[in-house]
Design a protein around this ligand. Sequence first.
Ligand code: ARG
Length: 469
Amino acid sequence: MTQKKPWQGRFSAETDEVFEVFSESLSFDYRLFSQDIAGSIAHCRMLVKQAIIPKESGDKIIQALKKVREEIAAGKIEFDPAWEDIHMAVEACVISKTGPVGGAMHTARSRNDQVATDLRLYVRDSILEIQSLLSGLMTAFIEKAKQYIDVILPGLTHLQHAQAVRFSHHLMAYVEMLRRDSQRLSDALKRVNVLPLGSGALSGTTFPLDREYVADQLGFEAISRNSMDAVSDRDFVVEFLAAAALIMAHLSRFSEDLIIWNSAYARFIELPDALTTGSSMMPQKKNPDGAELIRGKSGRVFGHLMAMLTVLKGLPMTYNRDLQEDKEPLFDAVDTVKAAISVAVLLVKGLEAIPERMAEATAWGYLQATDLADYLAKKGIPFRDAHAIVGRLVAHAIENGKALSAYTTEELQKFSPLFEKDALEVTAIDKGVDQRSGFGMTGRSAVMEQIEFAENNYLKNRETHSEKK
Ligand code: ARG
């Protein structure tokens, strides 16, 4: 039998066609080509340095690898499904350039430690890209927070009007969430950035490898300590997907806020035409589909996390082909998160507040009620009693269709003689908001402090990654 596959030495029959389609991964793992080639170049250099293969062979192979990388990047290589996966595809392309000597490239290596290495490089690259996108999104939020520093809107609990807050305070809440997302990725990166190559199929190899040298070339900060763990570990994919899922959860929550602000009930913001869509039937419609799609796409990323955990849960040591199922969820999560962040940036940059609508809603929401109760409590009335007094005032206001800010001192005094002229500073919305000047609060000075801190500390958070190339 002529061998179609490099591993077919012991086989006497060809692979079934239906099974071949079922088992191939080249149709999706081609995306790992540059990581695969980077790993092979580093491996080859090491084989030469350790005198495991002759320098001439190594040089030839490395040259061919670089050429193959160019050709794949330029779309010049037509992949043959019989190659199965990107590792075999690259090897076949190299051998077609070098002749049989190219086969030396796979000395002291298995696809098991190879694919684990490729995937770690891919996750590392993706983390760095996503962190830079997150930084762009935080910047967009910060810019909007500055632009709208004096705009006030009703803050909600239970989706009910609660207390007045600065719009910028609300926007900066997302910056805090995104900052944690970025930190979570940095933390995951420590465990991603470990070299599995040298673990062989599962037990290592009899060749005198220099794994440190390979790690150094590829910018890995450590090398794996147990070859069996190294070839079967995909914890780093789970950790990445968990971080990705939380990013999507945050973007989805933001989308939900946008959708509410943009709804006919609130009309607090206007979204740009470029980021909304019309209806095929209703001529008047302008729908916030960008935000809805971010919210909708969060579901698939959560699903990918669950898929990966499920693939792993029943695996005996060590490598099992099930692990090939790690790639599609990972790739789709990376694509989805990157696209969702990019669209979120556009939405944040493009949204325009309608401060008059926000002010109107704030005036009518009885949002100063807590502050009025606090006012009485500061004058010595137990808070519970103060709460009841202001409750009666609110009931009166509702009954008479009156805003709390419309009450005069004398009118307030009918509810408690302790109300004096300065109570009007409490019922004036913006003054009440600015009294919340403590650390982390919604007063102007406190929000300015948040913005400044974020600008100085959140946007250039690259300190944890070494990108040795
Ligand atoms: N395509 C395979 C994967 O993604 C590569 C490793 C194959 N290893 C093996 N022993 N069949 O997992």
